[in-house]
Design a protein around this ligand. Sequence first.
Ligand SMILES: [Zn+2]
Length: 112
Amino acid sequence: MATETTTNVIPYKCATCGAEVCKLWRLYNTFLSHQRLMCGPCALADQKQISAGGYVYDKSIYQHCDQIGGLVPAVPTPDGETFWGYSSVPPEGVAWWRNLPSYPTTTSKGAA
Ligand SMILES: [Zn+2]
């Protein structure tokens, strides 16, 4: 029997609108099977502004923060099978995430 290669690489895309090439947030402390990735606009119900570095102004603490409510930046591990814990993301992972566009670029490739 050929061994089936189980590549559980998680698609880095917004579960709500399908946006791909942008910063995504994930649910904090959530099992991978229940994980949901969300782009900034979908995560932000009230359309707060996201800075280039991915910071959002949290008026409850009067500070800019890279968490949106209960969502934290989604930084995949190198094998793409899971995500770094919020406080254990390596510097290169942080740099990768910060470098992503804060807002999804709208592509109309589906339109005929
Ligand atoms: Zn979205």
